[in-house]
Design a protein around this ligand. Structure first.
Ligand code: SF4
Length: 437
């Protein structure tokens, strides 16, 4: 049973899929990105961004646009092929790729043929080392041919954007999808050999009740999801203008959101799922994410919680972010500028941040707190946060034993708020971030 402390959740906090966060990104010299590629070593991971969707959902904060303009889509894919070649050219010859994730947008907004060609481009330019392949899919546009393509390429991990099964919530967020189309997608993907199937679900949606949430969790479980990501909807219309369509007065308040997060945790933890970090759940003994959480090897990157151990993730496509130990670099967000740069065989990273030694140290502490629930602190950092930690310790949400800070089970909903104590960049106003629950 969690206790609601509104004062500890009053400040919006980042999700910390990186540290420094994307809010700290500024213009960078492209040469920094080139140097990071040239000095890469070990096994790396790739993320390929396909920023198109058949229909745009009102709530979506992703960099994506409608797939109905063929010419734009085709010129984007041509630019992506060119970028793949440009990036691969800069990497040392012995670099191997252990993982490729396709996300967006919705990768299945392009045709299976276009996707096969994209994969062939990756095979041509990178040394793919029997990679773990994963893909995000929109059930609304899933087809049998797409599922067969997933199977033929050996993609074993898929994530379905579901969010909610409640029809009135689907209407309110502009994402209407029948249960049939979700069931059909699951069947096709299982037949195609997908062994790890994730459902993205949301709480805090307009008009959503606790009953709606529990019903969606139950349906997800019955459909056999191996993983569930349960995110709180972040309503930030001043940053994501398309969210203005959503009526603020229909949104659950923070007290209700807290109850929803608690319900989600309690339901999944008692129905066959192991909690992974603060918003993921996976079937123990079966799914690699649950195994990583159990063994203490869980990591966090731009895709959220992951068992990927590589320190280098290269993002390909407009707005995609690359992560190197010493640098975070984001590709040009503007699709037109991205296409122009990539098609001229230029690297397209335009923003980012050089990670100082202090950034890396604090980033490691934040990652350990969020992934493992504990972190070892140096004396300076301990002194720096001790006053601000007190409210969490006094309420039994965290504990300190010599140099070790631990988030206690009751402190899980406050994990991001505790991690934020170590964030040297957080100014008094953090309105661009989401509620901590
Ligand atoms: S399908 Fe996904 S990426 Fe596309 S608009 Fe909807 S939420 Fe955003």
């Amino acid at each position: 049973m969690w206790t609601y402390y509104p004062d500890l959740l009053a400040t919006p906090v980042p999700r910390y899929t990186s540290y420094p966060t994307a809010a700290e990104f500024a213009g960078i010299d492209n040469a920094l990105y080139r140097d990071a590629l040239r000095t890469a070593h070990g096994e790396i991971s790739l993320y390929v961004h396909i920023p198109f969707c058949e229909e745009i959902c009102f709530y979506c904060g992703c960099n994506t646009s409608r797939a109905n303009r063929r010419q734009r889509l085709e010129s984007y894919l041509a630019a992506l092929h060119a970028e793949i070649a440009s990036v691969a050219r800069e990497l040392p010859a012995d670099i191997r790729v252990g993982r490729v994730a396709f996300g967006g947008g919705s990768p299945n907004a392009i045709s299976p043929d276009e996707f096969r060609m994209l994969y062939a481009g990756l095979e041509q330019h990178f040394s793919l080392n029997d990679p773990v392949l994963s893909i995000e899919l929109d059930p609304r546009t899933m087809t049998e041919e797409w599922a067969q393509t997933v199977g033929a390429l050996g993609i074993t991990r898929a994530s379905l954007g579901v969010q909610t099964f409640a029809g009135h919530c689907q209407q309110a967020i502009g994402r209407v999808q029948s249960e049939n189309c979700i069931v059909q997608s699951v069947d096709w993907l299982r037949d195609a050999g997908v062994t790890s199937l994730n459902f993205d679900l949301m709480y805090g949606l307009p008009g959503q009740s606790l009953h709606d949430l529990e019903d969606s969790l139950q349906r997800t479980r019955v459909l056999g999801a191996d993983r569930i990501a349960l995110f709180g909807y972040a309503h930030v219309p001043h940053i994501v203008p398309r969210q203005r369509v959503i009526d603020d007065s229909d949104l659950p308040g923070q007290r209700q959101r807290f109850a929803m997060a608690e319900l989600g945790y309690a339901y999944l933890a008692t129905h066959g799922y192991a909690p992974v970090g603060f918003d993921h759940f996976a079937r123990p003994g079966k799914d690699p994410l649950a195994k990583a959480a159990f063994e203490g090897t869980l990591r966090r990157n731009f895709q959220g919680f992951t068992e990927d151990q590589s320190d280098i993730l290269i993002g390909l496509g407009a707005s995609a972010i690359s992560n190197f130990p010493q640098l975070l670099a984001q590709n040009e967000k503007n699709s037109g500028r991205y296409r122009m740069l990539a098609s001229q065989n230029h690297l397209t990273a335009s923003r980012g941040v050089v990670r100082s030694a202090d950034d890396r140290y604090r980033g490691a502490v934040i990652e350990q707190l969020l992934c493992r629930g504990r972190a070892q602190l140096g004396a300076c950092l301990m002194r720096e946060v001790s006053e601000r930690l007190k409210p969490f310790i006094e309420r039994g949400l965290a504990s300190v034993d010599r140099q070790w800070l631990a988030i206690l089970p009751e402190g899980l909903p406050y994990a991001r708020s505790i991690a934020a104590l170590f964030d040297a960049y957080r100014a008094p106003s953090m309105q661009q971030f989401s509620s901590a629950v």
